[in-house]
Design a binder for this molecule. Structure first.
Ligand code: 4AD
Ligand code: MG
Length: 434
């Protein structure tokens, strides 16, 4: 029996007979020859079937193969410089596991389909070369985040998904029945990170977050993944440096390990290669001036819209760290700037090429009285925040951190128009299936 080999490894089997398990991607016929294109999740290889070289029933079986039929195909690996992966398979045998019936063919054909059709068939669309490339880059990004933090002494502490209170404003909360009570799906693990960091010094959580985003933008999902590091005794500058280093590391890792995927996606490499520290720093004040000079309606004190972020990021060839926004546009837990108390010690990182905010974070309020005041001003339910206030009653210290949205980073690094392709099964205002 020939060995079962993954397509990514065929180079090690040149001249040998192997079996590949996969799906039919495409089939071309030319006279006495058939060219089945087979994919197996690790790559794609073209088979060559010569009518005179195989038993008639084998030729007939391959000839009737339909797109996405599952199969085991056996043949000899042959190096061919013209072949996409550098190798072809001289087919001698095929075993069909399931033949997709002709009267109910695979719905996604090589022709162009509308985006809604593709999203409705997301469970199948994932099999395309492009989607597989995105899945690979996403995996690399997630792993790079974990590796970076793990190698630097951060302890992963998982934070809950059912929560009793809001972290990022009450307008985007998903409420769920919790027995006789109400609970909310977490918007961010940050508040729990703040408890964990007092136990382990440096922590991160990495999980899904939920926001009832009513807007239809290319940057918002209702369910997204976020990595959130938090460091005790760290100030705004420390957290800015950490965000900068993490982003540079992640981009570097993808460039190192996922070139083929970036090529499949036709992603220009040049702009990614520029993403080395130091990243420019820009105060909110200066950002407003830049925007106004470019014709934006923004007034000092307002938050940036998606278009403002795009304009700002287009000014720089690498991510830009925008710091010290007015407290009024930021969350209740932000520390005021001691020099200008109307500003928060916070930072947003905007990705280049118009991709907008990928990171939000800053220095947390460590002072009990100030925090109490902010909770009241924001009309947050005091009982749900008692435990959070405890963190300021028992050995409060300065601490800072941030959250980086995985889908925004995937969209940027892959060069995608919309976050809907960055996550296997996106959840958006008008999409809950498949
Ligand atoms: O800026 P945000 O709201 O910050 C926080 O949640 C902080 N509590 C994080 C922290 O300091 N630990 O969200 C952080 C990041 C954003 O920069 C963005 O990348 C992503 O989360 N994000 C979203 N991604 C996709 N869809 C949405 N609806 C998102 N909302 C935020
Ligand atoms: Mg933000």
């Amino acid at each position: 029996m020939p060995p079962i080999v993954e397509i990514r490894n065929v180079a090690n089997f040149a001249g040998q007979e192997v079996t590949i398990q996969g799906w039919l991607y495409n089939l071309r016929e030319s006279g006495r020859l058939l060219f089945p294109l087979v994919r197996d999740g690790t790559g794609i290889i073209q088979g060559v079937v010569v009518r005179s070289a195989v038993p008639p029933e084998v030729f007939a079986r391959i000839r009737e193969l339909t797109q996405e039929s599952s199969l085991r195909v056996t043949g000899k690996v042959r190096a061919d410089q013209r072949a996409p992966g550098g190798f072809e398979l001289d087919v001698s045998h095929v075993e069909v596991l399931q033949l997709v019936p002709l009267d109910r063919p695979y719905p996604i054909t090589p022709k162009e389909h509308g985006i809604e059709f593709l999203m409705d068939h997301r469970h199948l669309w994932l099999r395309s070369q492009r989607q597989r490339a995105i899945l690979g880059v996403r995996h690399e990004i997630v792993k790079a985040c974990r590796d970076y933090l793990d190698e630097r002494g951060f302890t992963l502490v998982d934070t809950p998904i059912f929560t009793p209170a809001a972290c990022e404003g009450t307008t985007t909360l998903f409420e769920v029945n919790y027995f006789e009570d109400k609970a909310y799906l977490t918007q961010s693990g940050q508040l729990y990170n703040e408890a964990a960091v007092m136990a382990v010094g440096k922590t991160y959580c990495f999980g899904p977050a939920f926001r009832a985003e009513k807007s239809k933008t290319r940057r918002h999902l209702t369910e997204f993944w976020i990595v959130e590091p938090e460091v005790a005794f760290a100030h705004l500058d420390d957290t800015m440096e950490l965000a900068e280093a993490l982003i540079a590391f992640v981009v570097g890792r993808v460039l190192e390990k996922r070139r083929p995927e970036l090529e499949t996606l036709e992603r220009a490499i040049g702009p990614l290669e520029k993403c080395t520290p130091p990243f420019p720093r820009l105060s909110y004040d200066d950002a407003v001036k830049i925007l106004q000079a470019k014709g934006s309606e923004i007034r000092w004190g307002g938050d940036f819209g998606g278009t403002d972020e795009t304009i700002l990021s287009e000014n720089f060839d690498r991510p830009v760290l925008v710091h010290r926004y007015p407290s009024q546009v930021k969350a209740f837990y932000m520390t005021p700037d001691p020099v200008r108390p109307e500003l928060a010690l916070c930072v947003d990182v905007l990705a280049p090429e118009g991709y907008g905010e990928i990171v939000g974070g800053g220095e947390r309020l460590a002072d009990y009285d100030l925090l109490m005041k902010r909770i009241e001003e924001n009309q947050l339910p005091r009982p749900a925040f008692e435990w959070y206030l405890d963190l300021r009653r028992y050995g409060s210290v300065p601490h800072s951190g941030f959250g980086m949205g995985i889908e925004r980073v995937v969209a940027w690094i892959c060069g995608l128009e919309h976050v809907r392709e960055t996550i296997p099964f996106p959840r958006m205002l008008y999409r809950l299936t498949p």
